[in-house]
Write a protein that binds this ligand. Sequence first.
Ligand SMILES: [Ca+2]
Length: 451
Amino acid sequence: MYLSRFLSIHALWVTVSSVMQPYPLVWGHYDVCKTQIYTEEGKVWDYMACQPESTDMTKYLKVKLDPPDITCGDPPETFCAMGNPYMCNNECDASTPELAHPPELMFDFEGRHPSTFWQSATWKDYPKPLQVNITLSWSKTIELTDNIVITFESGRPDQMILEKSLDYGRTWQPYQYYATDCLDAFHMDPKSVKDLSQHTVLEIICTEEYSTGYMTNSKIIHFEIKDRFAFFAGPWLRNMASLYGQLDTTKKLRDFFTVTDLRIRLLRPAVGEIFVSEPHSARYFYAISDIKVHGRCKCNLHATVCVYDNSKLTCECEHNTTGPDCGKCKKNYQGRPWSPGSYLPIPKGTANTCIPSISSIGNPSKFNRIWPNISSLEVSNPKQVAPKIALSTVSSVQVANHKRDCYCNPLGSVHDRCNGSGFCECKTGTTGPKCDECLPGNSWHSGCQRK
Ligand SMILES: [Ca+2]
């Protein structure tokens, strides 16, 4: 049975690695969860923080359009070519494969000519707005590791919002606004990601960079993940230790790059003129040839493998953790509270392994096998371990580990490590276990400042 399990994991790796597009500059460590090392006690496991490799996440998503019947071709209609409003004899017909433009063509292999693309119906109901929501769902928390790139086959929309959800689509937050005129469309001053800094990186901006409309050759819209990473890791993302340190201690920053769903809200197509030309609705529609989303399953630094089975992504949890995101300790391994792994110290991080529950330590041979460090530290003869002694043994190890590996947000905490009691000492106006949250009346600018 063990062999077949090994083979299935091995087979999975072969499959996964054959489709992976590595981004070595962005990530590259934390690819091993444990190794065997030799000590005086014999062979024992040495545990490390670990995460799945970054990959193309569009293979694992479900796409939903709203309104559901917004795709062109039912009934068949004609539309104008991109960039040429006078060439209007192109056809969309959902019942003819060569003339159909279904949503899956946003995620197929690109690189061929002509491109394959999804297309909406044209703006026949003008002046009623032509609006489409495209929702991408993973049913799993994922961490974005590279820019989201949307390639339009028509002009880029005049108004669009990219949104994210962290709770499987129940609530949504804007990620970025896009418009030809931010002030007019969203009452926001136009900004570029380059105007942001380490301290304003979480600000939601409206950009006019990607909306210069109808008659241009530019087709691409970015949501700039890498530029945001670069505020911490430098322009070529060389100082990853700095980014990892920040992600470790600042929950809001980590959450910013984490999603379960993305939603592209197309609010107004490219028109390229001040007034929309009503008789020419065949000029106005949305068409998208490609969407790129790179990321990894969020496994809380407790897994390197994420399995796609039955249309569902699940972490293959190590470190005695379990759950789709390795978000809790396995039964009988609740000897201390669950904790995510930590990127620190660089380069191996800290596994924060779940340890056997007190009640399960009554079986000394099991206890010794699973948690050898405790026996080597404290118990000279494991066969004589009584439950009462085991309790104090576990708690002393727990505190020692906690102190050694306990990091605080250096901007919000007096020291960058915990104090002797295992707590971060937060500066005035700052709170949270890592001192990365502001008390009411304060806001975050290089730490919490009074508003
Ligand atoms: Ca395509």
